[in-house]
Write a protein that binds this ligand. Sequence first.
Ligand code: MF3
Ligand code: CO
Ligand code: CO
Length: 262
Amino acid sequence: MIPIKTLDELDAMREAGRVAGTVLAEASAWMKPGVTTREIDEYAASRIKAHGAKSAFLGYEVSGRKYPCHICISMNDEVVHGLASKRKVKEGDIVSLDCGVRVDGFIGDTARTVIIGECSEETQKLIDVTQQSLYDGISHALPGNRVKDISCAVQNRVEANGFSIVREFVGHGVGRTVHEEPQIPNFVSAGETPELRPGMTIAIEPMVNAGGMKVKFLSDGWTVVTRDGRPSAHFEHTIAVTEGEPEILTCLELKPSASAVA
Ligand code: MF3
Ligand code: CO
Ligand code: CO
């Protein structure tokens, strides 16, 4: 069953989304060459606390194991779920931050890939296209459309630009828990998908590889990396389906201009 949020629940989702978006912006701006990913996680933890929220990821159970960090920090060829460590970020790295917070029982979930200084033109394009594909997906989150319409919009943008979509992880409904129905894949497959209705709150989150789509786990059991070692980018917003245009609950950045990428 796909939960439909009441007006009061939507207000709570707005607050959780606002905090998640703010912490993501704060942690993104705070990063600079020489800081360790552990320090980034600690900074994010302090900001989550300052906003009166709790990390939704710390202790989150996946296959019987609890996630050990406050946010997910994934660098370069790491796709998602990277762990904080004593590794330092340096000029030219790309760092994906994924921030999930709980406020008054509701979750906001948002992610973005940040460039430390400057990166190669190809990697810059990967990041721009991934972000644009998220906004393409969001623009199709309209009442009466189906989940598949979101998936199709994301996939078209990514593949038109020669990049590939990770299949093993998908977007999802979000509310009282991080992951609820429905799944929101970033690619289309055979079969019917649910109709979108006002009051649904969902996280759309394309994970896009510069090279091939294949991924594997590192031996820490969490970090997902590309098999070919090429970079990967990740953008995510929690949104509400409304009677009209979708409402982005985690937005604190300017939308990219449509002309930025093909
Ligand atoms: N990054 C995932 C998402 O956005 C959730 C992370 S779960 C964790 O849906 F346990 F790995 F943190
Ligand atoms: Co997330
Ligand atoms: Co998510």
